[in-house]
Design a binder for this molecule. Structure first.
Ligand code: AHR
Length: 335
């Protein structure tokens, strides 16, 4: 019966999309790219509903590709929805996945708060939820099976440690500006907290301005322009991702300053464009955040469907890059 219901839903969705151009899925870019493959449980293809944050950065594009490629390779029926950085779109997508009775829902929550109601709906419908990349702040951890992704606080600490080491003997104040990620998102909250925790040990390290650049290149540039206008002596930029750092570099160069020299730059991600800028000495230090979560996610999904136990927290392994290390790693960088 379940198999019949699922096939009907897929057929109805396909019909609806071809006739109307889009289904009643809350205006999301949801697609039902079915690939009938080998990933079966008792002869049934696993259907995974995945709600992605958006396409705000190079990291996000690499993450989307990793998820789509590995779902295809695993032979899953992937229903992929792009929320365009809006929580309401993600909630609609999750409700749509519940209606379609997918086997597992996975999502990367754009912000940390406000998920309890929809996660409870998934739980009541008996559909397991896997968090990938970003966490939620729900007190009730039974609302999801596991959280696969980076330790963002640790990433912030790594950035702070490198900076503290650079200025350990300073007798003067070091003026730092910070480009935060999307307001309310786990990586913005945690990267800020980890960095602040470490630099607090040196009273000369001062964050003189901190504002969101929404993880995008355009906003990074815009906010950096404002920082430069308002502050004469900026020594360091700490950007929560490469894209904002790259936008800021454009603003710094337009102001007649040398990124990496006049203003030291630390960023997070280590995507190709960021690594290129680091290898040119424009970014001094990058903390890696690994977007290639697809293969691990597909394994988790299979284990969940097969009723196997899954660790409640799976942390991604990551490293850091100085300019020299970026130059070495760049030729083999996959994303
Ligand atoms: O959640 C991961 C973060 O989201 C990445 O660091 C950033 O580039 C992306 O937009």
């Amino acid at each position: 019966m379940k198999r019949f219901g699922k096939m009907s839903a897929v057929l109805a969705l396909t019909f609806c999309m071809s006739v109307l151009g889009a289904c009643a899925n809350g205006g999301n870019n949801q697609t039902g790219a079915a690939s009938e493959g080998s990933a079966t449980k008792a002869g049934t293809t696993i259907t995974l509903g995945f709600s992605q944050v958006g396409a705000e950065s190079g990291w996000r594009s690499a993450n989307t590709k990793s998820i789509q490629d590995s779902a295809k390779e695993a032979g899953y029926n992937l229903k992929f929805s792009d929320a365009q950085q809006k929580q309401e779109n993600q909630i609609k997508a999750i409700r749509s996945f519940i209606q379609q009775k997918v086997d597992v829902i996975a999502f990367s929550p754009v912000v940390e708060s406000g998920w309890d109601t929809v996660l409870k709906e998934a739980k009541d419908a008996g559909i397991p939820v896997v968090l990938t990349d970003r966490a939620v702040d729900s007190k009730d951890t039974s609302l999801y099976v596991t959280f696969l992704g980076s330790d963002f606080v640790e990433e912030g600490r790594k950035a702070g440690k490198w900076l503290s080491e650079q200025y350990k003997d300073t007798k003067e104040d070091v003026n730092i500006v910070e480009l935060q990620g999307t307001t309310g998102s786990a990586p913005a909250n945690d990267r800020m907290a980890g960095f602040a925790e470490v630099i607090a040990a040196n009273p000369h390290l001062k964050v003189i301005a901190s504002q969101t650049g929404d993880f995008t290149r355009a906003k990074g540039k815009e906010v950096m322009q404002a920082f430069l206008k308002a502050n004469k002596d900026i020594d360091v930029l700490y950007a929560h991702n490469d894209d904002m750092a790259l936008g800021a570099i454009q603003a710094i160069e337009a102001a007649g300053l040398k990124p990496g020299q006049d203003i030291k730059i630390i960023s997070v991600d280590a995507v190709k464009d960021g690594m290129q800028a680091a290898s040119e000495g424009k970014i001094n230090f990058i903390v890696e955040c690994n977007p290639m979560l697809g293969p691990q996610l597909m394994k988790i999904v299979k284990d969940v469907v097969d009723g196997k136990s899954v660790e409640p927290r799976i942390v991604t392994e990551e490293t850091t890059f100085t300019s020299e290390q970026a130059k070495e790693a760049l030729p083999n960088r996959a994303y």
